[in-house]
Ligand binder design. Structure first.
Ligand code: SF4
Ligand code: SF4
Length: 444
């Protein structure tokens, strides 16, 4: 789909430049990014109740060390007229499993910001029965900019179980949950948006399943339905991602484009607006382009990861990408602003990430591509930094990509790879075994 056919919310460079004029990027000393992403650390026991094969964090360090009370206090102190949006989701966590979730929603609205939620939908029905969760969530939605987005990724209990790697039917309750949200929206005459995302894989993409699912979404009356092909996992070497592009993205795209074309919306006014986001929006080779230099995405967002650190962006928000950490969860607004200031850096080079097995998300790819085309004359200031992997060679989740230069590291920590001596490990809370959680769930 071309940019002009997309819903406004999906025009990322426009969103950015409506927020900060291009002339101010890398010129002003400090700009509040458009949004703050907060990856809530689930229930601190497990990272997520599903186990998708494409989960971005699942092969990386899934720390759950964030202090929610401290995060809420910081938000209070940040106050209104700063971030336009607070986006709740997770690289590897389910935000609705977090006991403080609704406190974050209430506070976001108190701060007169919009909220966006990215969730797998598993808790909607359960929480509605427990405490009227959906009723309250919808009551907080003031405009179409407040949204709940469900990553559903399956048109039947069977394909959903395979995709999410679980042994019980969670799909039926998710559909019930979406129905509750929509009916609450109608009852309360709320303007909030309810979106659904669907990653296509070998189990969930038969034409019959897709057609039935689209009809179901029309019947439920969600606002939008987005199809796309899963992203290659972060933490993989470039060659592996390029291989995935050839074997999966290119091949599957030809198939899905043809299959989905007749089912997609023909005009932006259709409800639900149904669209397919092609893998060109996640193309590794675009990130390797030699003019892909400065990272302007730091003006779009900043991220508090589940681990309890502030990161340059949401796609590197795991301690595995140590070089992307700006600092520990800040105590004061000044401390936080200093971290953002450091991240809005004309010298930081996107290839530092790409060569550390990290990658930009779709929004960042679009913004950084357009920004570097616009700023080609001046973006030579960006310099790629060298990073190195420390930790056990065969255990990706225990490895960290750190700056090779010790002075550049956020905590100036030394590793055995630098000095030959083992330093104390930080004590992050790590998730309980997923298998144990699932066994428990299957029994119910
Ligand atoms: S639902 Fe989301 S967070 Fe949970 S395993 Fe799947 S991709 Fe990861
Ligand atoms: S992954 Fe992309 S968006 Fe994130 S910090 Fe690196 S270059 Fe910027």
């Amino acid at each position: 789909m071309s940019k002009k056919d997309r819903l406004d919310n999906y025009n990322y460079m426009k969103n950015l430049t409506d927020w900060v004029p291009k002339e101010d990027i890398f010129k002003k000393d400090f700009v509040w990014p458009r949004q703050m992403e907060i990856h809530l650390p689930s229930n601190k026991e497990i990272a997520c109740d599903f186990h998708c094969f494409y989960c971005q964090g699942s092969k990386l360090d899934m720390s759950l060390g964030m202090d929610e009370k401290k995060a809420l206090k910081l938000m209070e102190e940040i106050g209104p007229n700063t971030f336009e949006y607070y986006v709740y989701g997770g690289a590897y966590t389910e935000p609705l499993l977090n006991p403080y979730f609704m406190d974050f929603m209430r506070l976001t609205k108190k701060l007169k910001a919009h909220f966006g939620i990215h969730s797998n939908g598993s808790q909607l029905k359960k929480l509605q029965e427990k405490n009227g969760f959906c009723t309250e969530l919808v009551s907080l939605m003031e405009s179409k900019y407040d949204y709940y987005s469900c990553s559903l990724d399956g048109g039947s209990p069977e394909s959903h179980m395979k995709t999410k790697n679980i042994k019980y039917d969670a799909w039926t309750d998710i559909i019930e949950g979406l129905k509750i949200l929509v009916s609450e929206r109608e009852k309360q005459k709320s303007k909030g948006s309810i979106r659904v995302a669907y990653l296509l894989d070998k189990w969930n993409s038969g034409i019959e399943e897709l057609t039935n699912f689209i009809n179901l979404m029309k019947e439920i009356k969600v606002d939008s339905l987005r199809f796309s092909i899963p992203y290659a996992q972060y933490g993989n070497e470039i060659e592996k991602v390029q291989n995935y592009k050839q074997k999966i993205e290119i091949k599957e795209h030809l198939h899905f484009k043809k299959l989905l074309e007749p089912l997609m919306s023909k005009s932006k006014d259709e409800k639900p607006f149904i669209f397919y986001f092609a893998p060109v929006n996640q193309d590794i080779d675009r990130m390797l382009d030699e003019n892909y230099k400065q990272c302007a995405y730091t003006y779009y967002q900043t991220t508090m990861g589940s681990s309890g650190h502030i990161y340059r962006c949401s796609s590197i928000a795991t301690p595995s990408f140590d070089y992307g950490i700006l600092g520990k969860q800040p105590e004061t607004v000044e401390e936080f602003k200093e971290m953002i200031r450091v991240s809005q850096d004309k010298e930081f080079h996107c290839h530092t990430c790409i060569h550390s097995t990290a990658r930009c998300n779709r929004m960042a790819l679009e913004i950084n591509t357009e920004w570097n085309a616009y700023n080609k004359e001046n973006n030579y200031t960006a310099k790629r930094d060298s990073t190195m992997a420390v930790g056990p060679k065969k255990k990706r989740d225990e490895q960290k990509h750190v700056y090779s230069e010790i002075d550049k590291r956020w905590n100036k920590k030394e590793y055995i790879e630098d000095t030959g001596s083992i330093m104390d490990e930080e004590n992050f809370r790590t998730p309980k075994s997923f298998q144990a959680y699932q066994a428990n769930n299957t029994k119910k």
